[in-house]
Design a protein around this ligand. Structure first.
Ligand code: UDP
Length: 195
């Protein structure tokens, strides 16, 4: 994949279509992989958070999300092909999950939000197979249960809405154990979907 360095953070020069093709292949291959969506806010947080920066610079796919990142691409003389917004990418991945019958796990948000987001999305858009869901506020005891739950759910796609940088760190720390082929941090997208 072509890439561009924006303030020390590597961002892949991919289109929405490229990202979706990549996700389909990742599910076929089955090895756990991670998508991050780089917007200006995340890149700013990464300036002060070496762990987040390291994750962005080594994770499997970082899509250009947001006007600031696109602008940086222009300034650097190698424009990104298009904006791939996290919310849009999540929605397109859910449509593919529906077509391909991938079970999807929703993790994050206040109690009941992930469940409601899944139900609303299914009513308004496409039904998909919900592998499970869990709120995003948990202690280490509860975390063990969540990990077990995701492992046995057979999820092919994990959407984690725990906020930046918690979601990126959580995915990185647990992805190998979880064995889910595609995991992605989605920030507050469940809040939007549930409303
Ligand atoms: N959140 C969570 N657990 C936490 C902290 C945050 O589930 O420990 C959720 C919160 O409920 C919200 C999302 O993470 O749904 C963060 O949303 P925000 O728009 O602030 O995220 P950003 O994309 O800016 O990081």
């Amino acid at each position: 994949k072509k890439q561009q360095i924006v303030m020390d953070v590597r961002v892949h020069a991919v289109t929405m279509e490229d990202a979706l093709e990549w996700a389909k292949e990742a599910v076929l291959e089955g090895k756990p992989r991670m998508i991050a969506t780089a917007n200006a806010e995340m890149i700013m947080i990464a300036q002060k958070d070496p762990e987040l920066k390291e994750i962005l610079n080594t994770c499997d796919l970082v899509v250009p999300d947001g006007a600031g990142v696109l602008w940086a691409g222009e300034k650097l003389g190698t424009p990104f092909p298009e904006r791939v917004a996290g919310a849009d990418l999540a929605e397109e991945l859910l449509k593919i999950a529906s077509e391909k019958e991938w079970p999807v796990y929703f993790l994050g948000g206040a109690p009941g939000i992930a469940q409601r987001a899944a139900a609303r999305f299914m009513e308004l858009h496409v039904p998909f197979k919900l592998a499970g869901c869990h709120e995003g506020y948990f202690d280490s005891e509860e975390e063990k249960k969540i990990i077990k739950d995701i492992k046995k759910s057979g999820a092919k796609l994990l959407l984690a809405g725990l906020g930046v940088p918690k979601q990126e760190k959580w995915i990185r720390d647990h992805m190998d154990e979880l064995g889910v082929p595609v995991s992605m941090g989605i920030g507050g997208v469940f809040d939007v979907m549930s409303g």
